[in-house]
Design a protein around this ligand. Structure first.
Ligand code: 8YV
Length: 325
């Protein structure tokens, strides 16, 4: 730890693990500021680090640009599409995220969402709770994993953890990603080709401009009437209006969603449908895993402040940072 106290801006709620972990720093909480601009102006000459405790707050170039001494931005979450990474890279600011510690948890959740959607378990439970089982048995599920191949959209660390689980369940896996990964599953360079060949798509790819509306009306049409879409990535990856239409028109059979375009708002049309399973962004949401993610936010800042390499810089801002152009 440097001898001089280092000033850090905390963006997002003051989670205890993060607040306690940041004790060696002089922390300024943006969430507490009545006038955010006034706070930023006041602390700008001193702030060298940002800790972000959520992925739901956008951190753009305009904000980072107000902090001329900013060196590092440590965010909670493996996804960092809430941050203007291009701005950070161009200004020598290192971004760190919280990969690895959440991989198995998110993969568990993905399997839960897949099974719930394919076999209608939440609907069946509602049926029991409504006292209908005494009248007649819940109908057999129309879909099963027994005759499905899962087409993964994305094959990063979490995608691979999901695929391993599917291996154990004897469900064939193929995948689409821009570049083939070092895995033994069949790679489809074109998403549309994969969507034609499989009946289940499981989306686990980073959000952001490059994947916006990747799952569009054409892909959903290619998936077809037996089609089931599972989205564990970001709401932005799926054209939400096209999905709602495809579900209404029975262009596809069902969807399981953990993420939405305007969280925590979920379109009323989706809520009204009985062929969708809706999770409130649960991917990594256990006390166990969220604590590890919060700790990694802190550990990245502590390593940097001690003059060591941050633990998990994102690929776009490798350590040591390039000096600003
Ligand atoms: C969180 C996530 O559930 O790490 C991510 O990128 O999406 C999840 O781990 C999410 O950040 C909650 O807002």
């Amino acid at each position: 730890m440097a001898t001089e106290p280092v000033d850090v801006l905390l963006i997002g709620p003051p989670k205890p693990t993060i607040v306690n972990g940041l004790a060696p720093f002089t922390v300024h909480r943006l969430a507490d500021a009545e006038d955010r601009d006034a706070l930023l102006k006041q602390i700008a000459p001193r702030v060298r680090g940002i800790a972000s405790s959520v992925t739901s707050e956008k951190i753009d170039g305009a904000l980072m640009g107000k902090l001329p001494r900013l060196e590092i931005l440590a965010t909670f979450g493996v996804g960092y599409d809430h941050i203007d990474v291009a701005f950070a890279a161009a200004h020598g600011i290192t971004i760190t995220n919280t990969p690895q510690v959440l991989t198995e948890e998110v993969a568990d959740t993905a399997l839960g969402l897949l099974l719930n959607t394919v076999r209608e378990f939440p609907q069946a439970e509602c049926y029991l709770r409504a006292g209908k089982w005494t009248e007649r048995a819940y109908p057999l599920s129309k879909a099963t994993l027994r005759d499905r191949t899962v087409g993964m959209v994305g094959m990063g660390a979490i995608g691979q953890a999901i695929a391993r689980r599917l291996d154990g369940m004897l469900v064939p896996v193929v995948y689409h990603s821009r570049r083939p990964a070092a895995v033994r599953y069949r790679h489809y360079p074109k998403l549309l080709d994969m969507a034609r060949d499989v009946s289940t798509l499981l989306v686990i790819t980073p959000g952001g401009a490059e994947t916006r509306n990747l799952i569009d009306a054409q892909v959903l049409a290619a998936l077809g009437p037996e089609g089931i879409l599972i989205n564990m990535a970001r709401g932005s990856v799926v054209d939400e209006a096209a999905l709602i239409k495809a579900l209404k028109d029975k262009t596809i059979m069902a969807a399981g969603l953990d993420v939405y375009l305007h969280e925590p708002q979920v379109p009323a049309e989706l809520i009204a449908m009985d062929n969708v399973v809706l999770f409130p962004h649960l991917g990594s949401a256990s006390v166990h895993t969220r604590t590890r993610m919060d700790e990694l936010v802190v550990d990245n800042l502590l390593a940097w402040a001690a003059g060591k390499p941050p633990l998990t810089p994102v690929p776009e801002t490798p350590w040591p940072p390039k000096p600003p152009a």
